[in-house]
Design a protein around this ligand. Structure first.
Ligand SMILES: [Zn+2]
Length: 86
C-alpha cells in the first residue's frame, strides 16, 4: 500500500504557475510539465479545476477574460493555499 510520495515544494512551484496556465500565458513546455505533475497530484488538479470553474462563472457574469486579482486572492485563501503562495 505504498502511496506515492507527495512533494509539497513541487506543488508550490506549480501552483505559482497555475494562474498563468489558466490564462493561457504559460509557456508550452511549462504547461506540459504542469499537466504531467497534475496527472499524479490530486491537490493541484483540484486547484486548477476549481479556478477554472470560478473563472468560467466570472466570464459569464462579467463578460471578462480576466479574473480580477482580488478574486484570485479570495479564492486562494478559501482553498487554504496561502501557505503555498508565500
Ligand atoms: Zn501538486
Amino acid at each position: 500500500m505504498a502511496t506515492k510520495q507527495h512533494n509539497q515544494s513541487d506543488c508550490q512551484e506549480y501552483l505559482q504557475q497555475i494562474s498563468d496556465y489558466i490564462d493561457g500565458d504559460l509557456r508550452p513546455e511549462l504547461c506540459a510539465k504542469l499537466e504531467k505533475h497534475m496527472s499524479g497530484c490530486t491537490n493541484c488538479t483540484v486547484v486548477v479545476n476549481t479556478l477554472k470553474r470560478t473563472i468560467e462563472l466570472y466570464q459569464v457574469e462579467e463578460d471578462s477574460t480576466d479574473l480580477p486579482e482580488d478574486a484570485k486572492k479570495r479564492l486562494y485563501s478559501r482553498l487554504s493555499l496561502d501557505d503555498f503562495l508565500k
